[in-house]
Design a protein around this ligand. Structure first.
Ligand code: THU
Length: 130
């Protein structure tokens, strides 16, 4: 299954009683495996989680940590960019040049990279004194 189809299918399972805004994410790892996620909201609103975070959690639970590519889809007029927190979460597991595709359910796609989404990202080098 393509990343696009996997993200689209995961989106259908989003739990969004509050925003009614379903998001799906699918990522491919260095092993070639695909992991998916959807947003899962909560009545205590800040406890909700984004689709990207779900896909990353599934990847790590499966024993993997290298994102080669990620695809995010939502029913929005324009491809929806990941929130700031998700940009940092993706950057933790992907190379700067990794491909990120943002898509709408009616077929519009924007292709970008992790570096473009999060320029000047905080990384482990920033904790080195020497
Ligand atoms: N959301 C995602 O899951 N991913 C994004 O990239 C943008 C926002 C979710 C969070 C919340 O459940 C809903 O979309 C509205 O913000």
């Amino acid at each position: 299954m393509s990343l696009s189809d996997a993200a689209r299918a995961a989106r259908e399972n989003a739990y969004v009683p509050y925003s009614k805004f379903k998001v799906g994410a699918a990522l491919r790892t260095s092993s070639g495996a695909t992991h998916v996620g959807c947003n899962v909201e909560n009545v205590a609103y800040p406890e909700g989680t984004c689709a990207e975070a779900g896909a990353i959690a599934a990847m790590v639970a499966a024993g993997e940590t290298k994102i080669e590519e990620i695809y995010v889809i939502a029913d929005s007029p324009e491809p929806v960019p990941p929130c700031g927190g998700c940009r940092q979460k993706i950057a933790e597991f992907a190379k700067r040049e990794a491909k990120v595709t943002l898509a709408t359910t009616d077929g519009k796609e924007t292709v970008t990279t992790v570096a473009d989404l999060l320029p000047g990202a905080f990384n482990p080098d920033h904790m080195e004194r020497t």
